[in-house]
Design a protein around this ligand. Structure first.
Ligand SMILES: NC(=O)c1ccc[n+]([C@@H]2O[C@H](COP(=O)([O-])OP(=O)(O)OC[C@H]3O[C@@H](n4cnc5c(N)ncnc54)[C@H](O)[C@@H]3O)[C@@H](O)[C@H]2O)c1
Length: 251
């Protein structure tokens, strides 16, 4: 297992959920990872497990909504680990509300934790990714693609992320950098909490998944992220990859 041997990857929200699943898949393939997360406790627990595979891996506690700190974090990681090959913009917080009920507050949460960090991390990592001809993986959602009810602030930020990803694929492609999106469905703590709070929406969602199960964090989503971060996908860019058991079919 050495598809990412010697690579350095940044994964936002890497302490738990899909971010942890990807970080685990990455270290097993030989990458050193820098996970960035708000949650210090889960961050410290996760990094210990990752270091069993790649001892140089690091955890940085940070709130991605503090945008003026993001470029400094990228530099700190590059200085410590020597380079950046892979940037995964995974973390995203949001709160459900209908269009009627939504205020600036919900938009601020979703854009400040999801859209802006994705943009500022891509901007800050670009000089390093030019050196390595690296990869970027951003995160989309079927909520944006399908316009799910009560998800307006989240859906809007996710589609904005898809838009900047397409621009980045065009602007960064000449430097040998490919930029793609994963749109997952997976059994993360965030998803399981949402399911508990919204049982009727959850059952509806499950019934629309042809494979009739939630994705596994490491073996389903993590492995696709390994593929997108590896040489195997070097001629794929600007694409949204649905890793959702067949729920949404892009045309
Ligand atoms: N789980 C799914 O089925 C699903 C579906 C569609 C899209 N997604 C997307 O996949 C990605 C991962 O989702 P998940 O379900 O694993 O999420 P999650 O909520 O389970 O985990 C998110 C992680 O990000 C961290 N985080 C949250 N806000 C942060 C902040 N401000 N600064 C730093 N870290 C922060 C959390 O501490 C947590 O470790 C997200 O972009 C999400 O929108 C997930």
């Amino acid at each position: 297992m050495n598809k990412l041997q010697g690579k350095v990857a940044i994964i936002t929200g890497g302490a738990s959920g899909i971010g942890k699943g990807m970080a685990t898949a990455f270290v097993k393939e030989g990458a050193t990872v820098a996970i960035i997360d708000l949650n210090e406790e889960t961050g410290n627990q996760t990094i210990k497990k990752l270091q069993e595979y790649q001892p140089e891996s690091i955890f940085i506690q940070a709130n991605l909504a503090e945008h003026d700190k993001l470029a400094g974090i990228v530099k700190q990681i590059a200085d410590k680990l020597g380079k950046i090959d892979i940037l995964v913009n995974n973390a995203h917080a949001s709160k459900m509300s209908s269009i009627e009920e939504t205020t600036q507050k919900e938009f601020d949460l979703s854009f400040n934790t999801g859209f802006y960090p994705t943009f500022y991390f891509m901007q800050a990592a670009l000089p390093y990714l030019k050196e390595t001809k690296g990869n970027i993986i951003n995160f989309a959602s079927s909520a944006g693609l399908n316009g799910d009810v009560n998800q307006v602030s989240y859906a809007a930020a996710k589609e904005a992320i898809r838009a900047v990803t397409r621009v980045a694929a065009n602007e960064f492609g000449p430097f040998g950098i490919n930029v793609n999106l994963i749109a997952p469905i997976a059994s993360s703590p965030g998803m399981l909490q949402w399911a508990e709070e919204n049982p009727e929406y959850y059952q509806g969602m499950l019934s629309r998944i042809p494979l009739r199960r939630l994705g596994e964090l490491e073996s389903d989503i993590g492995r696709v992220a390994v593929f997108l971060a590896s040489e195997d996908s070097s001629y794929i860019s600007g694409q949204t990859i649905m890793v959702d058991g067949g729920a949404t079919k892009l045309r």
